[in-house]
Design a protein around this ligand. Sequence first.
Ligand code: IPE
Ligand code: IPE
Ligand code: MG
Length: 246
Amino acid sequence: MTLHSLQNVQVKKSNGPHALHVAMIMDGNGRWARQRGLPHLAGHRQGAEALRSVLEVAHSIGIDYLTVYGFSSENWGRPAHEVSGLMQLLRVYLERESAKLHEAGLRFRVIGDRSRLDQKIIAMIAAIEERTARNSKLNFTVAISYGGRADILQAARSLAQQAAEGRLDPGMIDENLFSSHLATSNIPDPDLLIRTSGELRISNFLLWQSAYTELAFSDKLWPDFNGDDLQAIVAEFRERDRRFGC
Ligand code: IPE
Ligand code: IPE
Ligand code: MG
Protein backbone atom coordinates (compact mmCIF):
# COMPACT_ATOMS: atom_id res chain seq x y z
CA MET A 1 0.00 0.00 0.00
CA THR A 2 1.46 3.39 -0.92
CA LEU A 3 1.85 6.09 1.71
CA HIS A 4 -0.76 8.17 -0.08
CA SER A 5 -3.44 5.46 -0.03
CA LEU A 6 -2.55 4.59 3.58
CA GLN A 7 -3.16 8.22 4.54
CA ASN A 8 -6.48 8.13 2.71
CA VAL A 9 -7.59 5.10 4.71
CA GLN A 10 -6.55 6.73 7.97
CA VAL A 11 -8.42 9.92 7.15
CA LYS A 12 -11.52 7.98 6.12
CA LYS A 13 -11.35 5.64 9.08
CA SER A 14 -12.54 8.23 11.56
CA ASN A 15 -16.27 8.97 11.83
CA GLY A 16 -15.31 12.34 13.22
CA PRO A 17 -13.72 15.33 11.57
CA HIS A 18 -13.85 14.52 7.85
CA ALA A 19 -16.78 15.67 5.73
CA LEU A 20 -19.82 13.45 6.29
CA HIS A 21 -21.61 12.19 3.20
CA VAL A 22 -25.03 10.58 3.56
CA ALA A 23 -26.75 9.02 0.55
CA MET A 24 -30.43 8.05 0.51
CA ILE A 25 -32.58 5.78 -1.61
CA MET A 26 -35.97 7.40 -1.20
CA ASP A 27 -38.19 4.36 -1.72
CA GLY A 28 -41.79 3.52 -0.90
CA ASN A 29 -43.83 6.30 -2.49
CA GLY A 30 -46.03 3.87 -4.41
CA ARG A 31 -46.86 1.75 -1.36
CA TRP A 32 -47.57 4.88 0.69
CA ALA A 33 -50.11 6.00 -1.92
CA ARG A 34 -51.63 2.53 -2.37
CA GLN A 35 -52.22 2.21 1.39
CA ARG A 36 -54.34 5.34 1.17
CA GLY A 37 -56.13 4.47 -2.05
CA LEU A 38 -54.36 7.34 -3.80
CA PRO A 39 -52.65 7.41 -7.21
CA HIS A 40 -48.92 6.58 -7.26
CA LEU A 41 -48.10 10.20 -8.07
CA ALA A 42 -49.65 11.38 -4.80
CA GLY A 43 -46.94 9.32 -3.10
CA HIS A 44 -44.23 11.01 -5.13
CA ARG A 45 -45.71 14.40 -4.25
CA GLN A 46 -45.68 13.56 -0.54
CA GLY A 47 -42.14 12.24 -1.03
CA ALA A 48 -41.03 15.72 -2.04
CA GLU A 49 -42.33 16.97 1.34
CA ALA A 50 -40.28 14.33 3.16
CA LEU A 51 -37.20 15.53 1.32
CA ARG A 52 -37.90 19.06 2.51
CA SER A 53 -38.06 17.85 6.13
CA VAL A 54 -34.76 15.99 5.75
CA LEU A 55 -33.06 18.99 4.14
CA GLU A 56 -34.09 21.19 7.05
CA VAL A 57 -32.06 19.17 9.56
CA ALA A 58 -29.24 17.73 7.44
CA HIS A 59 -26.69 20.47 8.02
CA SER A 60 -27.50 20.91 11.71
CA ILE A 61 -26.78 17.23 12.42
CA GLY A 62 -23.36 17.42 10.82
CA ILE A 63 -24.05 16.26 7.27
CA ASP A 64 -21.84 18.00 4.69
CA TYR A 65 -22.95 16.04 1.61
CA LEU A 66 -26.43 14.68 1.04
CA THR A 67 -27.02 12.68 -2.13
CA VAL A 68 -30.50 11.39 -2.90
CA TYR A 69 -31.72 8.92 -5.50
CA GLY A 70 -34.64 10.64 -7.22
CA PHE A 71 -35.03 8.67 -10.44
CA SER A 72 -32.98 5.71 -11.66
CA SER A 73 -31.98 4.82 -15.20
CA GLU A 74 -34.33 1.82 -14.82
CA ASN A 75 -37.24 4.04 -13.73
CA TRP A 76 -37.57 5.18 -17.38
CA GLY A 77 -39.24 1.78 -17.86
CA ARG A 78 -42.21 2.71 -15.64
CA PRO A 79 -45.63 3.48 -17.17
CA ALA A 80 -45.48 6.59 -19.38
CA HIS A 81 -48.00 8.52 -17.27
CA GLU A 82 -45.91 7.93 -14.13
CA VAL A 83 -42.69 9.03 -15.85
CA SER A 84 -44.31 12.19 -17.22
CA GLY A 85 -45.90 12.89 -13.83
CA LEU A 86 -42.51 12.53 -12.13
CA MET A 87 -40.91 14.88 -14.67
CA GLN A 88 -43.68 17.41 -14.08
CA LEU A 89 -43.11 17.09 -10.33
CA LEU A 90 -39.38 17.61 -10.84
CA ARG A 91 -40.06 20.77 -12.81
CA VAL A 92 -42.36 22.16 -10.13
CA TYR A 93 -39.83 21.22 -7.43
CA LEU A 94 -37.03 23.03 -9.26
CA GLU A 95 -39.22 26.09 -9.83
CA ARG A 96 -40.38 26.30 -6.22
CA GLU A 97 -37.20 25.31 -4.42
CA SER A 98 -34.52 27.06 -6.46
CA ALA A 99 -34.57 30.32 -4.47
CA LYS A 100 -35.03 28.51 -1.13
CA LEU A 101 -32.08 26.19 -1.74
CA HIS A 102 -29.90 29.16 -2.56
CA GLU A 103 -31.05 31.22 0.42
CA ALA A 104 -30.37 28.26 2.72
CA GLY A 105 -26.76 28.21 1.44
CA LEU A 106 -27.04 24.82 -0.28
CA ARG A 107 -24.97 23.82 -3.27
CA PHE A 108 -27.28 21.96 -5.63
CA ARG A 109 -26.05 19.45 -8.18
CA VAL A 110 -27.56 16.76 -10.37
CA ILE A 111 -25.81 13.53 -11.35
CA GLY A 112 -27.09 11.15 -14.02
CA ASP A 113 -27.74 11.12 -17.74
CA ARG A 114 -29.43 14.48 -18.12
CA SER A 115 -29.50 14.20 -21.93
CA ARG A 116 -32.66 12.12 -21.52
CA LEU A 117 -34.48 14.95 -19.71
CA ASP A 118 -36.44 17.58 -21.56
CA GLN A 119 -34.71 20.80 -22.58
CA LYS A 120 -36.63 22.99 -20.15
CA ILE A 121 -35.61 20.83 -17.18
CA ILE A 122 -31.98 20.61 -18.37
CA ALA A 123 -31.86 24.41 -18.50
CA MET A 124 -33.43 24.79 -15.06
CA ILE A 125 -30.94 22.37 -13.53
CA ALA A 126 -28.00 24.21 -15.12
CA ALA A 127 -29.33 27.53 -13.81
CA ILE A 128 -29.68 26.28 -10.21
CA GLU A 129 -26.27 24.60 -10.31
CA GLU A 130 -24.76 27.85 -11.47
CA ARG A 131 -26.67 29.97 -8.98
CA THR A 132 -25.65 27.80 -6.00
CA ALA A 133 -22.13 26.87 -7.15
CA ARG A 134 -20.39 29.01 -4.55
CA ASN A 135 -22.54 27.89 -1.61
CA SER A 136 -20.97 25.59 0.92
CA LYS A 137 -23.39 24.96 3.78
CA LEU A 138 -24.63 21.62 2.44
CA ASN A 139 -23.73 19.87 -0.79
CA PHE A 140 -27.08 18.60 -1.97
CA THR A 141 -26.93 16.26 -4.96
CA VAL A 142 -29.91 14.66 -6.67
CA ALA A 143 -29.41 11.56 -8.81
CA ILE A 144 -31.80 11.76 -11.75
CA SER A 145 -31.74 9.32 -14.65
CA TYR A 146 -28.81 7.84 -12.73
CA GLY A 147 -27.51 4.28 -12.76
CA GLY A 148 -24.35 3.06 -11.04
CA ARG A 149 -23.40 0.78 -13.93
CA ALA A 150 -24.02 3.51 -16.50
CA ASP A 151 -21.81 5.82 -14.42
CA ILE A 152 -18.97 3.26 -14.39
CA LEU A 153 -19.45 2.64 -18.12
CA GLN A 154 -19.21 6.31 -19.07
CA ALA A 155 -16.03 6.67 -16.99
CA ALA A 156 -14.51 3.61 -18.70
CA ARG A 157 -15.52 4.94 -22.12
CA SER A 158 -13.99 8.34 -21.47
CA LEU A 159 -10.69 6.84 -20.26
CA ALA A 160 -10.62 4.40 -23.21
CA GLN A 161 -11.15 7.32 -25.58
CA GLN A 162 -8.20 9.20 -24.09
CA ALA A 163 -6.04 6.08 -24.34
CA ALA A 164 -7.09 5.45 -27.95
CA GLU A 165 -6.10 9.02 -28.81
CA GLY A 166 -2.69 8.44 -27.22
CA ARG A 167 -3.35 10.98 -24.46
CA LEU A 168 -3.36 8.43 -21.64
CA ASP A 169 -1.16 5.48 -20.73
CA PRO A 170 -3.56 2.68 -19.61
CA GLY A 171 -1.02 1.78 -16.92
CA MET A 172 -1.71 5.14 -15.29
CA ILE A 173 -5.38 4.31 -14.64
CA ASP A 174 -5.73 3.85 -10.89
CA GLU A 175 -8.66 4.15 -8.47
CA ASN A 176 -8.21 7.89 -8.02
CA LEU A 177 -8.14 8.59 -11.75
CA PHE A 178 -11.12 6.31 -12.35
CA SER A 179 -13.10 8.00 -9.55
CA SER A 180 -12.38 11.39 -11.06
CA HIS A 181 -14.23 10.33 -14.22
CA LEU A 182 -17.39 9.32 -12.38
CA ALA A 183 -20.37 11.67 -12.05
CA THR A 184 -19.38 12.16 -8.39
CA SER A 185 -15.86 13.40 -9.17
CA ASN A 186 -16.13 16.36 -6.80
CA ILE A 187 -18.01 14.49 -4.09
CA PRO A 188 -16.40 12.15 -1.53
CA ASP A 189 -17.61 8.54 -1.31
CA PRO A 190 -20.72 8.14 0.85
CA ASP A 191 -20.10 7.23 4.49
CA LEU A 192 -23.66 6.10 5.06
CA LEU A 193 -26.36 4.88 2.67
CA ILE A 194 -29.93 4.80 3.93
CA ARG A 195 -32.75 3.02 2.11
CA THR A 196 -36.34 3.41 3.22
CA SER A 197 -39.36 1.12 2.65
CA GLY A 198 -37.84 -2.08 4.01
CA GLU A 199 -36.25 -3.21 0.73
CA LEU A 200 -32.74 -4.59 1.27
CA ARG A 201 -30.97 -3.73 -1.98
CA ILE A 202 -28.91 -1.03 -3.66
CA SER A 203 -30.92 -0.89 -6.94
CA ASN A 204 -27.99 0.34 -9.03
CA PHE A 205 -27.24 3.42 -6.94
CA LEU A 206 -23.62 4.51 -6.24
CA LEU A 207 -22.02 1.12 -7.00
CA TRP A 208 -18.36 2.05 -7.24
CA GLN A 209 -18.62 4.78 -4.62
CA SER A 210 -20.26 2.63 -1.94
CA ALA A 211 -17.49 0.01 -1.67
CA TYR A 212 -17.00 0.80 2.04
CA THR A 213 -20.21 2.66 2.77
CA GLU A 214 -22.13 1.76 5.93
CA LEU A 215 -25.66 0.62 5.13
CA ALA A 216 -28.84 1.43 7.05
CA PHE A 217 -32.37 0.34 6.25
CA SER A 218 -35.56 1.91 7.52
CA ASP A 219 -38.95 0.20 7.36
CA LYS A 220 -40.65 3.57 7.01
CA LEU A 221 -42.01 4.40 3.57
CA TRP A 222 -40.23 7.45 2.16
CA PRO A 223 -43.19 9.90 2.48
CA ASP A 224 -43.33 9.06 6.22
CA PHE A 225 -39.60 9.62 6.73
CA ASN A 226 -38.49 12.89 8.34
CA GLY A 227 -35.60 14.80 9.85
CA ASP A 228 -35.92 13.03 13.22
CA ASP A 229 -35.60 9.63 11.53
CA LEU A 230 -32.47 10.83 9.75
CA GLN A 231 -31.01 12.15 12.99
CA ALA A 232 -31.58 8.81 14.76
CA ILE A 233 -29.92 6.83 11.96
CA VAL A 234 -26.93 9.18 11.81
CA ALA A 235 -26.50 8.93 15.60
CA GLU A 236 -26.47 5.11 15.37
CA PHE A 237 -24.01 5.29 12.44
CA ARG A 238 -21.61 7.45 14.51
CA GLU A 239 -21.26 4.58 16.99
CA ARG A 240 -20.14 2.11 14.33
CA ASP A 241 -16.59 0.86 14.01
CA ARG A 242 -15.49 1.30 10.39
CA ARG A 243 -12.50 -0.81 9.49
CA PHE A 244 -11.97 -0.54 5.71
CA GLY A 245 -10.47 -4.00 5.69
CA CYS A 246 -7.62 -3.07 8.01
C1 IPE B 1 -39.53 5.59 -4.98
O1 IPE B 1 -40.84 5.16 -4.75
C2 IPE B 1 -39.49 6.78 -5.90
C3 IPE B 1 -39.03 6.48 -7.28
C4 IPE B 1 -38.56 5.34 -7.67
C5 IPE B 1 -39.10 7.57 -8.24
P1 IPE B 1 -41.51 4.00 -5.60
O2 IPE B 1 -42.33 4.60 -6.65
O3 IPE B 1 -40.48 3.02 -6.06
O4 IPE B 1 -42.43 3.34 -4.48
P2 IPE B 1 -42.73 1.79 -4.26
O5 IPE B 1 -41.41 1.10 -4.14
O6 IPE B 1 -43.51 1.34 -5.44
O7 IPE B 1 -43.52 1.75 -2.99
C1 IPE C 1 -34.76 2.87 -6.49
O1 IPE C 1 -36.03 2.44 -6.19
C2 IPE C 1 -34.80 4.18 -7.23
C3 IPE C 1 -35.25 5.34 -6.47
C4 IPE C 1 -35.66 5.34 -5.22
C5 IPE C 1 -35.23 6.60 -7.16
P1 IPE C 1 -36.86 1.44 -7.11
O2 IPE C 1 -38.20 1.31 -6.47
O3 IPE C 1 -36.81 1.88 -8.52
O4 IPE C 1 -36.02 0.09 -6.98
P2 IPE C 1 -36.48 -1.43 -7.05
O5 IPE C 1 -37.21 -1.60 -8.35
O6 IPE C 1 -37.37 -1.68 -5.87
O7 IPE C 1 -35.22 -2.21 -6.96
MG1 MG D 1 -39.68 1.37 -5.20
